[in-house]
Design a protein. Structure first.
Length: 131
């Protein structure tokens, strides 16, 4: 109950910031995190897409957008966001593994295997999956 009140207070504060400055990227980003915490993935997606559009080099916003799109089975869109994350940070193993999953689910097995192999090169715990 205490934490829910704190989350609701933070949400109210961020909404006040956005009422004064609707383009405040960090307020949108943190509001997206709050929506995730409250189990509101569609609202979170809207916030992260806003951030990814306004701040295209924001690795976290691009990753979370891709992840939420993948959860909605919007895999081709998700793939674009995971690829963007990897343009920003080629060592992002989570983006590589999520990209591999999206490729696999869209019947792009060769690309899925390559993404998993790249993840394996970065982190050995992904090697068993790449074989």
């Amino acid at each position: 109950d205490f934490y829910l009140k704190k989350v609701n207070d933070a949400e109210a504060g961020l909404k006040r910031v956005l009422a004064k400055n609707p383009d405040h990227v960090f307020a949108h980003k943190y509001l997206g995190l709050i929506h995730l915490a409250k189990g509101q993935p569609q609202l979170a997606l809207q916030e992260f897409q806003f951030v990814a559009t306004r701040s295209p080099r924001d690795e976290e916003a691009n990753f979370r957008t891709g992840f939420l799109l993948a959860r909605q089975a919007r895999l081709e869109d998700a793939i674009q966001y995971f690829r963007k994350v990897l343009e920003i940070n080629p060592s992002n193993v989570m983006a590589l593994t999520n990209l591999a999953l999206a490729y696999q689910k869209t019947n792009q097995s060769d690309l899925a295997q390559k993404a998993l192999a790249d993840a394996c090169k970065l982190d050995a715990k992904y090697c068993s999956s790449a074989r």
